[in-house]
Design a binder for this molecule. Structure first.
Ligand SMILES: Cc1ncc(COP(=O)(O)O)c(C=O)c1O
Length: 365
């Protein structure tokens, strides 16, 4: 028998990343929460049924039902894009369209996934700080009521929004009432649902299914998991659609137990609340630090993201020292808008370090 040995250049004896590196580029840049990692290790060993037939997936399904209500069903998926694509297909017919905010991840940052996989058109609604107004939903649904247009089957709302804001319960209730009154189902992109619920002082179900929301993408990855998201739907029609859609939407993992074990660690107890509280608290401290460094915040800080205006050269130099993204290059004459995202493991020292960098770079001009 012959053996193949790898050239020494392809052996990875040295660490491939610096485990002490910190930044504010995204909550996706953070690693896994130690309790989630522990749950993953505990789920290892032995052979169990694959494709979701395992005890972790059953226990997760019960835990999610406890959060979102007795009439709900869930599926485990691998990405937030996958969750949105599966959930929105479950709520729509192939000839229908989906209304989304003009800031929506599903519109800008999913590479047309819903159109590509689901064949469902997405139409943008205007927003203020990422929030959709019920009157614009009503207008868009009526505008689409023509043989020349794709009728609206669903409205998707991001909670917390792409701009770090949260829908108050009353606004959500109104949006659901208006949408349902027009025969339109409602989906919540909850990639950061935990952050929104903590910010509003609510349970996960209170901000979604208890208000009549028909489907929820429940985020795990940004809150301490990895490759771990879920979809929750209300009612029997969407439940059957969900059962059928996960596999052809390429979101069915064979070793589902490892995804479910992570989500169970987050949602089976209060870890989701602890991690989101930590991230939201860090964002709030960050906003104060950014302002005291001399920059202006540009959006209400209601979850785990802070947006601020900086001169382009300052933003570029500061981001080279502590990573963060420029969100809008043309925010105002002489200013770009930047996005700083806090994670479950952001520390006071991280916040202070960024503030010191901003102070220095602003002084340089
Ligand atoms: C609002 C929102 N929805 C969904 C996602 C899911 O994205 P992904 O498919 O990269 O997991 C993200 C990720 O950044 C997001 O910010």
């Amino acid at each position: 028998m012959s053996t193949v040995s790898l050239p020494s250049s392809s052996r990875h004896d040295a660490p491939l990343h610096d485990p002490t590196a910190r930044g504010f580029a995204s909550d996706n840049a953070a690693g896994m929460h130690p309790e989630v990692l522990q749950a993953l290790v505990a789920a290892n060993g032995g052979h169990v049924p694959s494709y979701g037939g395992d005890a972790y997936t059953s226990a997760l399904s019960e835990a999610l039902r406890a959060h979102f209500g007795a009439g709900t069903s869930s599926a485990v998926v691998l990405t937030g894009t996958g969750a949105n694509v599966v959930a929105l297909q479950a709520l729509t017919s192939r000839w229908e369209s989906v209304l989304a905010s003009d800031q929506a991840h599903v519109l800008h940052d999913e590479a047309g996934g819903l159109e590509h996989v689901g064949g469902v058109k997405v139409t943008a609604l205007p927003t203020v700080d990422g929030l959709v107004d019920p009157a614009d939903v009503e207008r868009a649904v009526r505008d689409a009521d023509s043989p020349m247009r794709a009728p609206v089957g669903a409205l998707t709302l991001t909670q917390s929004t792409e701009l770090g804001t949260t829908y108050p319960l009353d606004q959500l209730r109104d949006l659901v009432r208006v949408a349902h009154g027009l025969g339109v189902r409602v989906h919540v992109d909850g990639a950061r649902l935990s952050n929104a619920a903590v910010s509003l002082g609510c349970e996960l179900g209170e901000v979604t299914t208890a208000l009549g929301v028909d489907a929820v993408s429940v985020g795990g990855t940004k809150n301490g998991g990895a490759l771990a998201e879920a979809v929750v739907v209300r009612g029997e029609g969407p439940a059957e659609a969900l059962r059928r859609l996960v596999k052809p939407s390429m979101q069915q993992s064979s070793k589902t137990r490892f995804v479910s074990a992570q989500l169970l660690a987050l949602f089976g107890g209060d870890l989701w609340r602890r991690t989101a509280s930590a991230a939201n608290g860090a964002a709030s401290a960050l906003a104060t630090a950014v302002r005291s460094a001399g920059a202006t915040t540009t959006r209400p800080v209601q979850a785990n993201a802070v947006f601020a205006a900086l001169p382009p050269a300052v933003a570029q130099r500061a981001a080279a020292r502590v990573p963060f993204h420029v969100w809008d290059e043309r925010w105002a004459p002489g200013l770009v808008e930047v996005r700083l995202v806090a994670s479950f493991d952001t520390t006071t020292e991280d916040v202070q370090a960024l503030a010191a960098v901003l102070r220095e770079e602003l002084a340089r001009g």
